[in-house]
Design a protein around this ligand. Structure first.
Ligand code: ZN
Length: 142
């Protein structure tokens, strides 16, 4: 176990516009606002979605695409530094028209219908992603 104690600097609340790419919009927001450490929570709906499943055996992402309208039940993520830049790590849970849930690691290719977000900016950053030999992922330097 490793963790840090960190204070909240500010909160941003807003929405992303129709037809934009959800992950690109999150990236734009955190770059524009220079959020180097924080969290994001988001609900809304998508016109289509693309997300990933990390295969622990092959250490590669399997991409899943859903070309249908779905509700964003919950998208949550954290923001930290990767390769010297603010990086959002976001997971998304989506419900289709029958209420069945799909989801995974949010990837580019998810088109917004509506998206309402809350972003919490922790201000000062102490966490940075580095290569982790046991998982093949880039994890925090703790
Ligand atoms: Zn992930």
């Amino acid at each position: 176990m490793g963790y840090i104690n960190i204070d909240v600097k500010r909160r941003l609340m807003g929405r992303f516009q129709y037809d934009n790419d959800l992950l690109q919009e999150i990236n734009k927001l955190i770059i524009n606002e220079n959020i180097r450490s924080g969290e994001i929570r988001l609900i809304g709906a998508v016109k289509k979605a693309r997300f990933g499943f990390f295969d622990q055996a092959t250490r590669e992402y399997k991409f899943i695409e859903k070309n249908e309208h779905m509700e964003i039940l919950s998208a949550i993520g954290n923001i930290s530094i990767k390769d010297g830049k603010p990086f959002p790590h976001v997971h998304i849970a989506l419900a289709d028209k029958n209420g069945n849930v799909h989801g995974g690691h949010l990837m580019e290719g998810t088109k917004i219908f509506a998206a309402e977000f809350v972003v919490v900016d922790y201000g000062e950053n102490k966490l940075e992603r580095i290569d982790d030999e046991f998982t093949g992922l880039q994890l925090w330097n703790l």
